[in-house]
Design a protein around this ligand. Sequence first.
Ligand code: NAP
Length: 145
Amino acid sequence: MHIILGATGHVGSAVARALLQQGQPVTVVTRDAAKSADWQQRGAQVAVADVRDAAALRRVLQQGRRLFLLNPPAPPDSDSAAEERRTLRSILQAIEGSGLERIVAESTTGPSPGAASATWACFMKWSRPWPSSPFRTASSAGPTT
Ligand SMILES: NC(=O)c1ccc[n+]([C@@H]2O[C@H](COP(=O)([O-])OP(=O)(O)OC[C@H]3O[C@@H](n4cnc5c(N)ncnc54)[C@H](OP(=O)(O)O)[C@@H]3O)[C@@H](O)[C@H]2O)c1
């Protein structure tokens, strides 16, 4: 089972649709139960969860083997860097102990130590200490790790 964060948005919906078209099992994550019917008609399972609730999100992740990790964009009128660090920490907490085998994390900036993006610098810091980390990173310029 593939778990897709941000599945109702621009990027995540493209990922979810592509997997469904391949006949893959998909669970889309949304905060809004009203969006469930459309995705169920496409053949997806739907999990209603907010990534800020790490315990609830972990229960969703425990149902899957692979995760498309999209850290949601913070509201533009918020302290977006702080909010995106907060949501990313929660997602990473949810991943711990989830049993996921493989994670693909979406980024639009270089996911490397010292990168300009505070969110992704945080991501790299948090993901590295795990001895058998399921994370793999890559960029349009080619694999980085
Ligand atoms: N698309 C672009 O042009 C663009 C440009 C630059 C960077 N990016 C990067 O790409 C990422 C995704 O962009 P996008 O355009 O796909 O975003 P989007 O269309 O705005 O979609 C955001 C997604 O995040 C989900 N979400 C938001 N807050 C959530 C929360 N607290 N818990 C669970 N889910 C939550 C929304 O789901 P629900 O509302 O259904 O809960 C929705 O599926 C962003 O993080 C951004 O860094 C995108």
